[in-house]
Design a protein around this ligand. Structure first.
Ligand code: ANZ
Ligand code: ZN
Length: 829
């Protein structure tokens, strides 16, 4: 017996063959792709990494998945584009500069070099000719170009606003980058600051971003749900209350105007501009002002969370209910946000839990206006709000109406009175893109004392990042310290002016990189339409779920704007999206702080890239979390050694030339074609890599069994078997298959240039024969069974036949004798 890992080709030493093939692939430009409108394209893309310094297992998983898809599609005959690049602007580079005095560019390029080497050592089939680095002038020049397009379309504007500020990162953040009140990057609490900042008008696209989600069957449902919730469209009614004894009105927004007769007070956000006026005659004025200050320091998430204690104070003023004429008190409370709706709500304790809690705490009245027959709501029996729809009571002429029709009718009435209308509201806010940091794309704006904000003329782009800056932790934007950068002339009037010193959110860089890959060397424009018309949209995008509402929403927004600009022909960038699961160790996420990190370099060094890839693809379906297992890695390594050995062995066995297959060979060929069918089905859009790999493992086991029984095999079949086995394995383990391919005498120089095998339906067919079934001496029926079926299985089938059950009803089967190939004899009494 041969030892596993040995073969007629010598020992399996992955470190040697992997290096060798990586070099050959690079020299022969094996994965370069070319624009060719005559060929059907396939665009597979993995989210490009931030150059933090080293690949982690999450990267390896991401890239391995993409690489299988790319190689598989390419063997299926598609013109595959599979690019890679780096999301290279960002804070860690700048922090390195502050802490260690290394220039951000130097730090970044060194990391990119190291990570690219690690990627190459994984044998990934990237077209490196298309590499995109967002921090390079040849890229950010076009990012600036796109900003100018947004600006000219009225989609970029500067506004003073209360914004999210991270004191640790020393910059502002977009709403999408605040997670549970904390900075998404450093987890420090976010505070509010009033600053003049640049925004992109993503809210103009809220309805399209929402509506198109309904036509994206290739996206996971949970990502679409997250985006829907983030956009947060609601249909309601906006109308106003008069302030008693004043000219002022208070507009409110409600989705439950059917509850309007249950309003017992009004609540304003502490930031509401009317507050000052309403409290001006209140003797407690100073106390209220102190309270307002306190609330302003609470973040929005805390303020609206169900479990945060509701805090409030009465203003002392009253509003007049427009339908009943009743006077209701006006309060200020933490649970109303200034940025949403009108910053004021009509409070209905019966129908809203927050209002209920608040009313109970501050002894405000509760009125029942929605009744439910099944519940028979009574005030003294309720211990929480009743938030559902129902039938209106205590609601004047609307009594007896159901909530849904009452909403329409009450809105109509308010409309007639000239004080309200139906209103659609979104939770989505405009995208704040200014960052007070250095290592990002400069905003191409010049601030002129006479002309205000002026765009840098297109022909003067890029606005280059200067190098004469000071990185002082906690200082203002470092670009302000560069004299050479700061001072310039206004392009409009020629006066002395200064440049904008904020840089752009790096999520802008990543909102269009997939377009640049289609045309990476274009100096004139970000990309040519001809190129993106052919390559776009991305057919398969692969990345982590953490980008569900950041990068994935921003990129969709960009595509739509560029479509309106006539630069692209598609409304959506990514047709299919796969969100891979996490890589865990001992049940927890691999992380430096926990100390459970397994380094890809170490695994690749010890077992080779093929083993690492195989383990990762085999251990779990791609969307599920994957538990790291050293035994699993060993198992994958052992399997590859088995493949190595069996391929060698079959080359020796394949000598016979009898021109036809023996029954055992027919059975093995059937197994081969079953495997081809299974692997093809599993890879084609399903990404069931783990079950595809098990099918190949079973085939290999079958080959071993055959090899123990026989000393020869029909030569032409041996060739087919080895060829197809290596092709099936090639997308997963590209090096070992390429090496073995050289020995089997195949026509194509590379396994990766071979065509994906077709299933031979004839090989799947199983020869069957007909057998008579005798019961107590009489032939009652016949049965068709495969030739190679064993006696026990035949007996089971026969006992289940309806005829057999009919003729043995009420009797016991004493004997069932199977004479293979002939007859089945049943004796029943
Ligand atoms: C009265 C009412 C009665 C409400 C009831 C609900 C239930 P969505 O669906 O998310 O749009 N609201 C409005 N503006 C607010 C703000 N600035 N801060 C906090 N809450 C605000 O939610 C709309 C509902 O949220 C509105 O409908 C309002 O409360 C509250 F039985 O008005 B409702
Ligand atoms: Zn931060």
């Amino acid at each position: 017996m041969l030892m596993e890992g040995d073969g007629m080709q010598g020992k399996y030493i992955p470190q040697q063959i992997e290096k060798k093939w990586q070099q050959i692939w690079e020299e022969t430009k094996a994965f370069e792709t070319h624009f060719d409108p005559n060929k059907k394209k396939y665009y597979v893309l993995e989210m490009f990494p931030y150059p933090s310094g080293n690949l982690h297992m999450g990267h390896v998983r991401n890239y391995s998945i993409g690489d299988v898809v790319a190689r598989f599609k390419s063997m299926q005959g598609f013109n595959v584009i599979h690019p890679m690049g780096y999301d290279a602007f960002g804070m860690p580079a700048e922090n390195a500069a502050i802490q260690h005095g290394i220039a951000p560019a130097e730090w970044t390029y060194a990391n990119i070099e190291n990570m690219t080497r690690q990627q190459k050592e994984l044998g990934l089939s990237y077209d490196w000719e298309r590499e995109v680095l967002t921090c390079r002038e040849d890229y950010y020049k076009h990012t600036q170009n796109l900003f100018e397009i947004f600006y000219k379309r009225g989609l970029a504007y500067k506004k003073e606003a209360k914004v999210n500020w991270c004191d640790h990162c020393h910059t502002v953040l977009a709403n999408e980058q605040v997670e549970e009140g904390k900075c998404w990057r450093c987890k420090n609490p976010v505070v509010k600051k009033n600053l003049s900042q640049w925004f992109l008008k993503i809210t103009d696209y809220a309805d399209r971003l929402l509506a198109d989600l309904d036509h994206m069957p290739g996206w996971p449902e949970r990502v679409k749900i997250m985006q829907r919730n983030w956009i947060g469209r609601s249909i309601g009614t906006q109308f106003f209350f008069h302030v008693d004894g004043m000219e002022d009105t208070i507009p409110v927004y409600t989705t439950r105007v059917d509850t309007v007769y249950g309003v017992t007070y009004i609540v304003l956000a502490p930031e509401h501009p009317l507050v000052e006026k309403l409290i001006s005659n209140n003797p407690e004025k100073e106390k209220i002002q102190a309270f307002i200050q306190e609330i302003k320091n609470q973040n929005d998430i805390d303020r609206t969370s169900e479990d945060t204690p509701k805090l409030g104070m009465p203003t002392g003023s009253y509003a007049v209910h427009p339908l009943t004429g009743e006077r209701v008190p006006i309060w200020i409370a933490n649970y109303v946000l200034y940025e949403y709706g009108t910053g004021a709500v009509m409070a209905v304790p019966q129908g809203d839990q927050r209002d209920w809690d608040f009313a109970k705490k501050y002894n405000l009245p509760v009125k029942i206006v929605i009744q439910n027959k099944a519940h028979d709501l009574k005030l003294d029996k309720m211990d929480q709000a009743y938030c559902e729809d129902g039938e209106l009571v205590n609601s004047s002429e609307f009594d007896g109406q159901l909530s849904a029709e009452a909403r329409i009718n009450i809105t109509k009435k308010l409309e007639k009175m000239g004080i309200g209308e139906e209103k659609v509201n979104y939770r989505l806010r405009d995208w704040l893109i200014s960052r007070q940091r250095y290592w990002g794309c400069p905003i191409p704006i010049i601030n002129c004392p006479h002309c205000g904000s002026v765009l840098v003329p297109e022909e003067e782009l890029p606005v280059v990042l200067p190098e004469d800056v000071n990185f002082v932790a906690g200082a203002t934007s470092p670009l302000e310290t560069s004299e050479s950068f700061l001072h310039c002339k206004c392009p409009k009037c020629g006066a002395d002016a200064v440049r904008e010193t904020d840089t752009m959110d790096t999520f802008i860089d990543s909102s269009w990189y997939f377009l640049r890959y289609c045309d990476p060397h274009n100096e004139q424009e970000p990309f040519s339409k001809g190129k993106t018309d052919y390559w776009m949209p991305v057919d398969q995008y692969i990345g982590g779920i953490e980008h569900a509402i950041l990068h994935l929403l921003y990129s969709r927004f960009f595509m739509k704007v560029l479509q309106d600009e006539g630069m692209v022909d598609y409304p959506e960038p990514f047709t299919n999206l796969l969100c891979q699961g996490m890589v865990l160790k001992d049940g927890g996420k691999m992380s430096k702080s926990v100390g459970n990190v397994v380094s890809p370099e170490e695994i690749v060094g010890k077992y080779g890239a093929d083993t690492a890839r195989l383990f990762i693809l085999f251990a779990a379906p791609p969307e599920k979390d994957l538990e790291w297992s050293d035994q699993g890695v060993e198992g994958s390594y052992r399997f590859l050694k088995r493949v190595w050995t069996i391929v060698g062995k079959y080359q020796e066995l394949g000598k016979e030339l009898k021109g036809m297959l023996s029954p055992d060979e027919v059975a093995l060929r059937r197994r081969l074609h079953q495997s081809i069918a299974k692997v093809t089905e599993d890879l084609d859009g399903k990404f069931a890599f783990n079950t595809a790999i098990s099918a190949i493992m079973e085939l290999v086991n079958e080959m071993y069994r055959f090899g123990e029984k026989h000393s020869t095999i029909e030569d032409s079949f041996a060739k087919e078997l080895l060829r197809d086995l290596l092709i099936l394995l090639a997308p997963f383990v590209p090096h070992i298959t390429e090496e073995l391919w050289q020995g089997i005498g195949a026509e194509e120089v590379s396994v990766h240039a071979a065509a994906w095998p077709k299933v031979d339906e004839a090989a799947l067919a199983v020869d069957s024969l007909e057998m008579a079934v005798q019961i107590n001496g009489k032939v009652r029926t016949t049965i068709k069974v495969p030739v190679d079926m064993d006696k026990d299985s035949i007996e089971k089938l026969v006992r289940a036949l309806p005829e057999v059950q009919k003729f043995t009803e009420g009797k016991i089967i004493i004997k069932c004798i199977v004479i293979p190939g002939k007859i089945i004899n049943i004796v029943a009494k």
